[in-house]
Design a protein around this ligand. Sequence first.
Ligand SMILES: Nc1nc2c(c(=O)[nH]1)N[C@H]1C(S)=C(S)[C@@H](COP(=O)(O)OP(=O)(O)OC[C@H]3O[C@@H](n4cnc5c(=O)[nH]c(N)nc54)[C@H](O)[C@@H]3O)O[C@H]1N2
Ligand SMILES: Nc1nc2c(c(=O)[nH]1)N[C@H]1C(S)=C(S)[C@@H](COP(=O)(O)OP(=O)(O)OC[C@H]3O[C@@H](n4cnc5c(=O)[nH]c(N)nc54)[C@H](O)[C@@H]3O)O[C@H]1N2
Ligand SMILES: [Mo]
Length: 793
Amino acid sequence: MSSEPTGSGPTGSGTDRSDGAHWRPHSTHWGAFRARTEDGALRVVPRPGDPDPSPILGNVASAVGHRARVLRPAVRRGWWEDGPGPDDRRGTDDHVEVGWDEVLDRLAGELARVRDGFGPAAIYGGSYGWASAGRFHHAQSQLHRFLNLAVGGYTRSVGSYSGAAAEVVLRHVLGPSETVSKGPVTWDQVAAHTDTVLAFGGMALKNSAVGGGGISTHVERDAMRAAAARGARFVLVGPLRDDLPAEASAEWIAVPPGSDTALVLGMLHTLVSERLHDSAFLDRYCVGWDQLVRYLDGSADGTVRDAAWAAGRTGLDPATITGLARSAARGRTLVTVAQSLQRAEFGEQPVWAAIALAAALGRIGLPGSGFVYGLGSIGHYGRRRVAVPIAALPQGTNPVRSVIPVARIADMLLHPGEQFDHDGRRLRYPHVRLAYWAGGNPFHHHQDLGRLRRAVRRLDTLVVHEPAWTATARHADVVLPSTWTIEREDIGAGPFDPVMTAMHRLADPPGEARDDYTIFSALADRLGAGAAFTEGRTAREWLAHLYGTTRAALAAAGLPAPSFDRFWEDGELALPQLPDDGGILAAFRADPESAPLPTPSGRIEIGSATVAGFGLADAPGHPAWFPPTDVPDARHPLWLVANQPATRLHSQLDFGAHSAARKVRGREVLRMHPADAAARGVDDGDLVRVANDRGACLAAVAVTDRILRGVVQLPTGAWFDPADPAAPVPFCVHGNPNVLTRDVGTSSLAQGCTGQHTAVEVARWDGPVPPVRAYEPPVPVRPARSIVDRDRS
Ligand SMILES: Nc1nc2c(c(=O)[nH]1)N[C@H]1C(S)=C(S)[C@@H](COP(=O)(O)OP(=O)(O)OC[C@H]3O[C@@H](n4cnc5c(=O)[nH]c(N)nc54)[C@H](O)[C@@H]3O)O[C@H]1N2
Ligand SMILES: Nc1nc2c(c(=O)[nH]1)N[C@H]1C(S)=C(S)[C@@H](COP(=O)(O)OP(=O)(O)OC[C@H]3O[C@@H](n4cnc5c(=O)[nH]c(N)nc54)[C@H](O)[C@@H]3O)O[C@H]1N2
Ligand SMILES: [Mo]
């Protein structure tokens, strides 16, 4: 957004009324901003004072009036005419528009039918997804509250697509406390104290620009610049040079995907054999180190995991590995692991291994040192926690016990009643008949979209609330048009950002779109729970009610506690933050007897008796190397890294101006090494077909030496656009990598998402170029009826 003229932009922190057309504050997961209408169009500028706003703000204004918006309730013809039931027409059938009252009547009846016939566990309400940044209109919270209070519960999901493998490992190794993994090392500490940042997977600014609930001040670039200027050394380990910004002046250790655990084990072997490890720290603060040493030195199973062994698995020179270990042992080293590493087969292991590395270096609990998960992967990490509570919409109680790991959705639908392992427990997939989504896009986030399509065809009913005609909406039986954030009022805030934003309404809802709250209120009414759901509050009254929690805490702390009306008028409110004191880990370092970690041993569990006790073949009781199995071979010789997009948040506003302008010939861009391109006769800007046995997609090539040879990168988020929706093996003409990725869990320990890596072949596409139809609404566009017409009819 640096290209935005600033002279005419808003100046204060709040609403600026001096020039007639008001700058109104609002917030998204990718940043707070100000907007006003100029010549009939929405003009968006970053929040004043944000030193490094995200260019993704350039997508926001495109939401207004875009043809991809859902204007009226729509139903799949087969479902509407023939009734609910498994149906192979999902994904090919057409949709027809219906009136709000008739669709809500029918949907309320269907929810009651499934609940009464099969029990509430037959309703899947996990509804994973990022939705919008506001606290009140948060779509999942609305859905969960509705299902709990009006329907009687639902099958839920645990874990996230973001970090399911890490979440399980961190809980066992450091304890079930967010402040241990996310709290201890801040960007301020990195700027002031760190000597070496060893960043596995990097810390890409495109990623840290995003944080749930919104980011008011993007601090990462300046922090890295300051650290580098002080002499800190940044080491980037990973396949892509751009995962650290120029400001970090990083050394690049290029390794192929999925090899980090081997590298870390080789480094650990070097530390031990050269006596560079900190025995005093390991004795006092850790358990299980001896087990790991036996695994490293070969006494456990005859395999010595030294630098030469690691070299064979990473493609690095053994001397590079020993050199990296020696240099890490000097001074204040911080080990970071991007979330990407664990969104892969055996993704538990690199996180656990990196903690073991930091423990061996002996600096956990010191400022700017030790281990921090996900720093730079997302804007939540590396910031001080807000010191006052921020209320969320109360969700009621879910009486249903049935639960799945979030990324096992297709398994659940395809294998009802079958058993699976999760975190040491053996569970059974429920037989789900109805899935309800609000605020997420499974045809964005899930792997192997061909398989997901087969899975959703088993449902009786798929319901989605969506602002736009995503691929999920196109597969759904009931599509209810929801407003997007700028079309309603809300409160933007998160536990790691010191600013609460009064999100003013910036635009009218398109067509007949309604807020999720309004939709659920109407459904709850039909199910006899309207008053329980709304508690008699309008949306504005809910905002004031939720705000009251923070205001009361501010007042109790003797801090300025403006009224809701005052906050709304001011546009934002500064929130106090906890001190940057290292939290639990610093206290643990000071005295592990009086401040033990919340683990079974009270220590860092380099070896975990709990995990060992699970007896899992693919996740033993200490960090271990498992070679990935979805790897390049003769037919699919290239690694594919399917990472987060720089130009948008996931699939949201893929049609937006900033996202669209960075596509080439309307396709997502695949990056490729010059040698790999030359071997295939591919030039910059060519279209290619990226394929494996699960599917194929078209993409436009960018040739670059900033990627490791043998690896190609295609970000997620281009809306799934199958050339022939009826074809069993999907061919996406737009460039969605999830037609290629494999749908298996990380391991039987965490069962996390493994979408980050797969293997593909790439070939120049000389065939006719099919049009991209992803944004064309599947129902005929007709002008919205005005409210006057509606009242007359
Ligand atoms: N291959 C591969 N796949 C991945 C990943 C990867 O690295 N590789 N990463 C994974 C990760 S980390 C994540 S978090 C997931 C993200 O997956 P999702 O969070 O599901 O992706 P989004 O595109 O953010 O989906 C949010 C949806 O909510 C809609 N929405 C926005 N606001 C509202 C609202 O107010 N109401 C309603 N009803 N809907 C709204 C948007 O239009 C959008 O369709 O993807 C995962 N998928
Ligand atoms: N712009 C933007 N930012 C986002 C998001 C978005 O959609 N858009 N999504 C947000 C969300 S929900 C999340 S969870 C985070 C995710 O944060 P991450 O998972 O960390 O993000 P990615 O971009 O998927 O991956 C970061 C980098 O890791 C590298 N990498 C991939 N595999 C490996 C590996 O095996 N080893 C090593 N060493 N490196 C590897 C890739 O080069 C990749 O560019 O991002 C958040 N930030
Ligand atoms: Mo995520």
